[in-house]
Design a protein around this ligand. Structure first.
Ligand code: ADP
Ligand code: MG
Length: 348
């Protein structure tokens, strides 16, 4: 398992708050022309001229959203950025800036926070966004990290959850259930490690699903693809809580029903084999697993020829009238009502 390998541990109190902020943010470079003033004043200054601005935020709490015994801090920093960018892309917008706020207990060293910020910086570079501010404070226990992401979009290009129309096609990017199954593997290995710390697990057969849990990506590429293809989805949402609850969000807000075809749900072979190993149903995992950070959207059938050859996109269903309801059409051709079952943290 992944342990804190930092030999050198500098106490946060040795730097003080301002020294710490300077140290963590000194490498950040401004890349976006909309960033007028970045870190260093009382507030950042941004200039979007005549574009619409989208803003979204997420709060991640140690012990609730992540477990540092198998989540390296560098990956946590990366993932905290990705989950926010995914929400920006789900509006069909371009992500441009983030702010990062952290609360840390004295259990964390400077080197640990350097790892966290290395992940944030990597994501900022790969996704071409500026870190323009944040806040730093102490917590009595554990780590909290909150990222706010800002993006820009032409007024006519904004896509809401509410625009799906009967006869539209329901389309997804990527595949589903991998992050959830990756978490099952990591939790199993954590238990094995507790019993026998010398055990060296062979995680190679699970490399894809573990990567999907520890290092997810957001679908920036798809926003560009829509532009290139001249496609504007009628509705869109990112899949953070599981396909079923996101489909229900789209249907409720668009006042439509839909049929989702079980056989069309894209699954990676590692998800299928790991589900067999755990004796769980892969469709259930795809529908309710969560943390896929793929995009779910609807398009008019007129746009189908533009997307049909694209290997990143799968048509998984069909939008119907609201009164028809929201159903999964199984491989055995039975129709089961879809219920939201987001795996969020209130019921456990
Ligand atoms: P204030 O007292 O006005 O809240 P701070 O001293 O907290 O200002 O922050 C100084 C500058 O550093 C600001 O630009 C702020 O946005 C930025 N900043 C503070 N904490 C962080 C952080 N964890 N990550 C990135 N930028 C930060
Ligand atoms: Mg502050």
């Amino acid at each position: 398992m992944i342990e804190d390998k930092n030999q050198q541990r500098t106490k946060l109190s040795d730097l003080g708050e301002f020294g710490l902020i300077d140290h963590l943010t000194k490498n950040f470079k401004v890349k976006q022309k909309s960033t007028v003033k970045s870190i260093g004043d009382d507030a950042a200054v941004l200039n979007f001229e005549n574009k619409k601005i989208v803003v979204t935020t997420d709060l991640l709490v140690e012990g609730v959203h992540f477990d540092l015994s198998y989540m390296p801090l560098k990956h946590l920093g990366y993932k905290a950025v990705i989950v926010n960018l995914s929400d920006v892309y789900a509006m069909n917008a371009k992500a441009t800036q983030i702010t990062v706020s952290i609360a840390v207990s004295n259990r964390f060293s400077l080197e640990a926070l350097e790892d966290l910020y290395a992940g944030i910086e990597t994501a900022a570079n790969i996704y071409d966004i500026d870190v323009v501010g944040g806040d730093t404070t102490s917590s009595t226990k554990g780590l909290l990290i909150s990222v706010t992401a800002i993006g820009e979009v032409e007024t006519d290009d904004v896509v809401y959850r509410s625009g799906a129309k009967p006869n539209d096609l329901l389309v997804v990017t990527g595949d589903f259930g991998a992050a959830y199954m990756g978490l099952q593997i990591l939790e199993r290995e954590k238990e094995v490690y507790k019993v026998n710390p010398n055990n060296q697990p062979d995680l190679e057969p699970y490399s894809y699903i573990i990567e999907r849990q520890l290092k997810p990506e957001a679908r920036k590429d798809i926003i560009k693809l829509f532009k290139d293809l001249g496609v504007k989805p009628s509705s869109m949402i990112d899949v953070s809580d599981g396909l079923s609850s996101e489909i229900i969000h789209i249907c409720k807000q668009s006042k439509v029903g839909c049929d989702l075809y079980e056989e069309k749900i894209p699954l990676d072979p590692q998800v299928i084999s790991t589900c067999e190993e755990f004796n769980i149903d892969s469709t259930t995992v795809a529908l309710n697993g969560g943390e896929d950070y793929e995009l779910l959207f609807t398009i008019s059938q007129d746009d189908y020829p533009k997307i049909k050859a694209n290997p990143n996109l799968s048509v998984i269903g069909y939008v119907k009238e609201e009164k028809e309801g929201v159903h999964l059409v199984t491989r055995a051709d039975t129709r089961i009502p879809i219920k939201a079952q987001g795996w969020k943290n209130f019921n456990d």
